[in-house]
Design a protein around this ligand. Structure first.
Ligand code: CMP
Length: 141
């Protein structure tokens, strides 16, 4: 079993798409181990996205991710990292495949509705950023 971190971003929370997005995630066979409605500060967003520090969109990304409530969700599934990235679609919604979360709910490359971990190691670290291990429900049968 593999774990990944999904985040429903501020644009999708503002557009009342929390339920629609979680429904797509569950219909695709992911188990929800942890889920919370929360907010992060600019400093926390900067830390979470530190890997993108040198990118031209870093400031915009940090401002956006701290602009309103978000929903981090710890997910479990076989092949969770790759399967969740397939489910969300390309970073740019204009390039996202039909039936993907970003095709349905994202508005731009920056405001793209959801985040997904890009490796098993990052998934582990990103889940730990938002959840204590004791908050995660053992749900892997
Ligand atoms: P995410 O999967 O959360 O990981 C990094 C984020 O950077 C990505 O989704 C996008 O929201 C954002 N991003 C990537 N490229 C751009 C860009 N060209 N302009 C603005 N934001 C971007």
């Amino acid at each position: 079993m593999e774990r990944t971190l999904a985040i429903i971003k501020p644009d999708a929370v503002r557009n009342n798409n929390i339920g629609n997005i979680i429904a797509m995630i569950q219909a695709a066979g992911f188990k929800v181990l942890g889920c919370k409605l929360t907010r992060i500060s600019k400093e926390q967003a900067g830390e979470f996205y530190a890997v993108h520090k040198e990118r031209p969109f870093y400031g915009e990304l940090v401002n956006f991710m701290s602009s309103g409530p978000i929903v981090p969700i710890a997910l479990e599934k076989e092949n969770a990292i790759a399967d969740y990235r397939t489910l969300i679609g390309a970073t740019d919604p204009a390039e996202a495949a039909e039936g993907t979360i970003r095709k349905n709910y994202a508005t731009s490359k920056g405001e793209n509705a959801v985040h997904g971990s890009d490796s098993v190691e990052n998934g582990r670290n990103e889940i730990a950023f938002f959840f204590a291990e004791s908050e995660l429900i053992a749900n892997s049968k």
